[in-house]
Design a protein around this ligand. Structure first.
Ligand SMILES: NC(=O)c1ccc[n+]([C@@H]2O[C@H](COP(=O)([O-])OP(=O)(O)OC[C@H]3O[C@@H](n4cnc5c(N)ncnc54)[C@H](OP(=O)(O)O)[C@@H]3O)[C@@H](O)[C@H]2O)c1
Length: 251
């Protein structure tokens, strides 16, 4: 009997996993997106878009769709949906496994400053004007309005609208992956002296970290949020192996 998998996505790994499972006769697969990006990348399996209405809503969805395995392949900073997934799995009895990339590890020449929040990152920039490269989501940029003395280069998937209320900001819209050589050029072209980023892990956005190391540029890294303690793997390959030996009984 085919088993039904719901993947909570929004990451390159979720898409890659869906691609691997798309033709697998053992499973039917649906991918769920929050609906944050205007033109999401094309996905290899059927997609549903939008929130479920909290953990209860997700649990109801799992029951209604007779889901047999829930995979949380959301971004490591998307903590709310991961908490909801853990609760919903408990409520519904549907097995949950998370796909979580491991964080980047500090290398000897990295000049990292780790902070707990975006507001702390703004403070860390200090009083003196700097040229900061921000690679955060559109929704996370507002706190930088409190520090209008800096010049900002902002890169996001969708345009930042309305733009930040600061006098000096340049906006780039782009979707990764971003290679190290291109990132070095970008940092040099804009005279950047500090980067503010999340410790996303994975190769797609590591280019800027490697580029900052090459150029001796400081990186203010926002620490990962606490995530629920659920069974988890780090790579798509490990997830496929987990699914091969998924614990019985499954619905
Ligand atoms: N946060 C980041 O840095 C980041 C970076 C890249 C990609 N993303 C992706 O963007 C999405 C939203 O991120 P976020 O930081 O806003 O998450 P979040 O704060 O953890 O989630 C907020 C709410 O958005 C809805 N939601 C989130 N992910 C969903 C999904 N895959 N399918 C259906 N509903 C979802 C849920 O609404 P309900 O409670 O109504 O169900 C959730 O409570 C995630 O799927 C994540 O993988 C996030």
């Amino acid at each position: 009997m085919q088993r039904s998998i719901l993947i909570l996505g929004g990451t390159a790994e979720a898409r890659a996993l869906a691609g691997k499972l798309a033709g697998d006769p053992r499973f039917t697969v649906e991918l769920s997106l929050a609906g944050r990006t205007r033109a999401p990348a094309e996905q290899p399996v059927p997609v549903r878009i939008g929130g479920f209405g909290g953990a209860e809503g997700l649990a109801a969805y799992l029951n209604q769709k007779d889901v047999s395995i829930l995979i949380d392949a959301t971004h490591p900073y998307a903590a709310q949906i991961s908490r909801n997934a853990a609760k919903a799995a408990e409520m519904s009895g549907v097995p949950l496994v998370a796909l979580r990339r491991s964080p980047w590890l500090r290398q000897p020449d990295d000049r990292w400053i780790e902070v707990g929040s975006v507001a702390d990152a703004v403070n860390e920039l200090g009083e003196a004007p700097r040229k900061a490269f921000l690679t955060l989501g559109r929704q996370e940029l507002l706190p930088f309005e409190a520090a209008p003395q800096h010049a900002y280069l902002v890169r996001s998937v969708d345009p930042v609208e309305p733009p930040l209320a600061v006098p000096n900001a340049v906006y780039l819209t782009a979707r990764g992956p971003f290679g190290q050589a291109d990132e070095v050029r970008l940092l040099q072209d804009h005279g950047i002296d500090v980067i503010v980023a999340k410790n996303s892990g994975g190769p797609a956005s590591y280019g800027k970290i490697a580029a900052a190391r090459d150029l001796g540029i400081e990186v203010i890294l926002i620490r990962r949020p606490d995530l629920p303690d659920v069974p988890s793997v780090e790579t798509v390959g490990e997830m496929l192996a987990w699914l091969d030996h998924a614990p019985a009984p499954l619905k």
